[in-house]
Design a protein around this ligand. Structure first.
Ligand code: SAH
Ligand code: SF4
Ligand code: F3S
Length: 466
């Protein structure tokens, strides 16, 4: 990974000036609503966007239709993500008819696709601002221009990407925080559009990451999730990811997690960290994508089935309680029935706690989009259903094994289904619901697991006698 330039402090000061200028305008949006689609990277970006909009004097409006500014932070990893984003945008056109002063902004991965910004400019002239993943930090300048020039701004940069420090932020949670450590991806898996829309791999310095963690700790963070498309290929200021983790562990934040890891970059040092670090939680998301060597080769994943299984074995030797989760693609071009069945047998062998399963979706510009694909969609649907059934049975067995255990849960929220219960995660990442009130949110509670459902556990609080 090459060292990438950092957007200068001077530029960030310029953007701060624009925030003040927008704030001082009489005719400007008073409230905003952000729709964040896709992965945690986008969620984290949305926190920066919210921070900037707050500094421009706007307030968050929970009801989308009532906001003066609506911003879509889009995803395009699969076609349905893109269709959802475009469908939403078209719907906004109607809303704007009733409310002409509404400001519509669209950014994120989708606008970064080849030809997309030009298409949007031509076909959706009611969108006020289109920006990309590389120039998010310029949002204040663009919003100022839209408001003063009174015409749409479409600015998407076709660059590899830089590191941006010092953007304002409005965090969703006080006690559980995302910390970006690297951006972009250089792996070019043949099905994946992310390297095209997020640019080349680049890392923040360990100093910047640690300073952010310390600040979050001061503000009450109990858990941090280190983020990157490929966290384990992190290399900042010469330090590898495992070194960074050891340094963060010393800060004493109770819980550390990270995602996503690529199997080809999972070093022995990183595996050892699961046995050694006090605050690193026994949980790892390690996408396998497929169980057949031939499919893995055509996906350009750079590891074999055997290598993946060996990693799982080493991880479990180091940390027997580790909860592994995965991403799996079904129906990659040319996948035969027996190759698909190798995915099933791998899933049976590994026994993931959970897996996110996707039917392959061709993305324009990626190598696999040009591969012949003769398997009918109906067959792919049948395959994914077999995989889902298998994984659900395994997930349930894994959860049932937790019954009777005592677990420390970091409470996240009141349960959506039962307002007299709260939910939070165990160290291994299992969601537990148990009777309790909102005052427990952000706190650690010892819970006895009493039963297992399909995706979550139930429990009861252990009240200590002391
Ligand atoms: N950087 C991460 C995640 C990237 S996107 C990683 O390497 O694991 C999240 C998941 O979406 C991927 O793991 C993959 O399983 C899935 N995905 C990506 N492109 C896809 C496509 N074209 N069709 C279907 N699933 C896809
Ligand atoms: Fe996409 Fe592969 Fe990069 Fe993950 S590692 S973001 S799947 S190209
Ligand atoms: Fe989607 Fe972009 Fe994330 S394409 S999955 S939002 S990196």
């Amino acid at each position: 990974m090459k060292e990438r330039p950092i957007v200068s402090d001077q530029e960030m000061l310029r953007q701060q000036e624009f925030m003040k200028l927008v704030k001082a305008l009489d005719a400007r949006p008073q409230s905003y609503h952000i729709v964040s689609m896709g992965c945690q990277m986008n969620e984290r970006d949305s926190e920066s966007i919210a921070g900037m909009l707050n500094e421009m004097g706007m307030r968050h409006e929970p009801v989308r239709e009532q906001a003066d500014l609506i911003l879509y932070n889009t995803c395009c990893v699969r076609e349905n993500a893109e269709n959802k984003a475009l469908g939403n945008v078209i719907w906004l056109k109607e809303l704007k008819k009733d409310k002409p002063e509404l400001m519509i902004c669209v950014g994120g991965c989708m606008t970064q696709e080849k030809g997309m910004a030009a298409m949007m400019k031509r076909r959706y002239p009611f969108i006020d601002l289109v920006y990309g993943t590389h120039n998010l930090y310029k949002l204040p300048e663009y919003i100022y221009r839209v408001l003063t020039e009174k015409r749409p701004v479409v600015e998407v940069m076709d660059i590899d990407g830089e590191v941006v420090e010092g953007m304002p932020e409005a965090r969703k949670s006080r006690f559980s925080a995302f910390v970006n450590i690297m951006y972009g991806c250089d792996n070019f898996c043949t099905y994946c559009i992310v390297p095209y829309v997020r640019g080349r791999e680049r890392s923040r310095t360990p100093e910047a990451v640690i300073a952010e963690c310390l600040r979050l700790q001061d503000e009450g963070a109990q858990e941090i999730m280190l983020l990157g498309q490929n966290v384990n290929s992190y290399r900042g200021g010469g330090a590898a990811f495992a070194e960074l983790l050891y340094r963060i562990d010393k800060l004493g934040i109770p819980r550390i997690r990270f995602m996503t890891s690529h199997p080809k970059d999972l070093s022995d040092e990183l595996i050892a960290a699961f046995g050694e670090l006090e605050h690193l939680m026994p949980q790892l998301h390690l996408p396998v994508q497929a169980g057949s060597d031939e499919v893995l080769r055509r996906m350009n994943r750079s590891y074999s089935r055997e290598h993946y299984l060996a990693l799982v074995e080493k991880l479990r030797e180091m940390c027997p309680e580790i909860g592994l989760t995965s991403d799996i693609i079904v129906g990659f071009p040319g996948e035969t029935l027996s190759q698909f069945e190798e995915t099933l047998s791998l899933v049976s062998a590994v026994r993931f706690d959970a897996a996110y399963t996707f039917i392959y979706s061709p993305r324009a510009g990626t190598r696999a989009a040009a591969y012949p694909d003769e398997t009918p969609y109906a067959v792919k649907s049948e395959r994914i259903q077999r995989l889902i059934d298998l994984q659900q049975a395994i997930s349930l067995e894994v959860l049932e094994k937790q019954v009777g255990k005592r677990e420390r849960v970091l409470v996240e929220a009141v349960s959506t289904r039962d307002s007299a219960s709260v939910g939070g995660k165990t160290p291994r990442g299992h969601m537990v619901n148990f009777p309790g009130g909102a005052e427990l949110i952000g706190k650690f509670v010892d819970v006895e697991i009493t039963s297992a459902g399909r995706n979550t556990l139930r429990g009861r609080q252990i009240i200590s006698e002391a």
